[in-house]
Design a binder for this molecule. Structure first.
Ligand code: NAD
Ligand code: DAU
Length: 355
């Protein structure tokens, strides 16, 4: 039975990956997460007592602790998702982004390299370091064209610059030391368990509570949306079948302006939660994000042609599932909005083990 070390497994995408790996595969999963404000063990309640799941509360910048985790769990592969992920926070406070996304990735690469060097035979030959990154490293598009794997890096925000740095470190560890790596660059994810600082969950919860729906600028910036479980399936596909040293772009071919996204959420809420309809009356235009990238759009041809991955959800089916999830999962939402999810961790979790 193979062991996967997942960093950031208590976050939005990481928790979807962990739930999928526990439910759909036979892998053992070691979730390494510092539990920042974005880490929420309540997103993992359904798998937390599973015999193939272990949790390690560790900061990826802590070299000694990271080395201990590799020694104790002897992973066959690493999926690296831990990061500071919110662009707005990177503008007001970039330090944590530099630390976790760059220094943390470096620390993890060095631990993975030492571990890989200690392996022999099949285990060494099959080891993988999968770096999970973003389309934001490519910068901003005009009205035409798509990001391909050959697009030059032009990161614009402190967040995307820190992720671009981490991508370059991963590339260099492959080129210089031969570390077996694959990298993926994905577009905007949405779905259940998304922290309500990001556009889609923020708008759903604000609309339900009759609060303003803040739209930056004119609402004409374009993002390319992918349902989080489709991303998790793509990550597993790349981990298992991706070619070493390659990068794969992941996207849903779902370009929408922010205004279109917010209007679609309002229309779904008018149907599923008619109290307060029409919800679109809450739309409020606010000051634009500094340096706001205009358009992202992923060309996902390579992963489809080479590895056979395609998204299962359209934006319409995925958004309906997402809105319905936020309307029914009130315990998770209460935990997040009250801040109790962090107290819950202290009450239900004793250091270094879920056992
Ligand atoms: P998230 O903010 O929801 O979760 C990040 C997780 O990392 C949290 O559980 C947090 O506790 C953990 N973490 C942060 N700093 C840490 C540290 N120093 N040590 C250990 N753990 C730490 O992020 P997400 O949206 O799930 O994104 C996951 C990854 O996917 C990130 O690398 C992000 O750049 C990338 N990505 C995200 C999207 C998206 O739309 N959300 C799209 C493409 C790529
Ligand atoms: O493209 C992938 C990236 O998508 C990931 O790498 C990031 O980790 C992830 O957070 C996401 O970044 P964005 O900045 O695109 O996501 P966010 O949900 O913050 O914003 C989406 C769009 O909506 C963006 O154009 C800004 C706008 N926006 C956002 C918020 C929070 C608003 O108009 N109002 C808001 O209140």
């Amino acid at each position: 039975m193979k062991t996967l070390l997942i960093t950031g497994g208590a976050g939005f995408i990481g928790s979807a990956v962990v739930r999928q790996l526990i439910n759909d595969t036979q892998y053992k999963v070691v979730n390494v997460d510092k539990l920042t404000y974005a880490g929420n063990l309540q997103s993992l309640i359904s798998v937390s007592t599973h015999p193939r799941y272990k949790f390690e509360q560790v900061d990826i910048c802590d070299a000694a602790e990271v080395a201990r985790v590799f020694r104790e769990h002897q992973p066959d592969a690493v999926m690296h998702l831990a990061a500071e992920s919110h662009v707005d926070r990177s503008i007001t406070g970039p330090a944590d982004f530099i630390q976790t996304n760059i220094v943390g990735t470096y620390t993890l690469l060095e631990a993975a390299r030492a571990h890989w060097n200690s392996l022999e035979g099949e285990r060494k030959a099959n080891f993988r370091f999968h770096h999970i990154s973003t389309d934001e490293v490519y910068g901003s598009l005009g009205d035409e064209g798509f990001f391909t794997e050959e697009t030059a890096y032009e990161p614009n925000s402190p967040y995307s610059a820190s992720k671009a740095s981490s991508d370059h470190l991963v590339r260099a560890w492959h080129h210089t030391y031969g570390l077996p790596v694959v990298t993926t660059n994905c577009s905007n994810n949405y779905g259940p368990y998304h922290f309500p600082e990001k556009l889609i969950p923020l708008v759903i919860l604000n609309a339900v509570n009759g609060k303003p729906l803040p739209i930056y600028g004119k609402g004409d910036n374009i993002r390319d949306w992918l349902y989080v479980d489709d991303h998790a399936r793509a990550l597993r596909t790349v981990l298992e079948t991706g070619k070493l040293g390659e990068t794969y772009n992941i996207g849903g071919w779902n370009e929408k302006t922010n205004l279109e996204v917010v209007q679609a959420i309002c229309a779904l809420l008018d149907e599923l939660h008619p109290q307060g309809a029409p919800h679109a009356k809450l739309i409020t235009y606010v000051a634009d994000r500094a340096g706001h990238d205009k358009r992202y759009a992923i060309d996902a041809t390579k992963i489809a042609a080479d590895l056979g991955w395609k998204p299962q959800e359209t934006f319409e089916t995925g958004l309906r599932k997402t809105v319905a999830w936020y309307l029914t999962n009130t315990d998770w939402i209460k935990g997040v909005t009250s801040g109790d999810y962090q107290k819950w961790v202290q009450q239900n979790y004793t250091e270094r083990s879920t056992a």
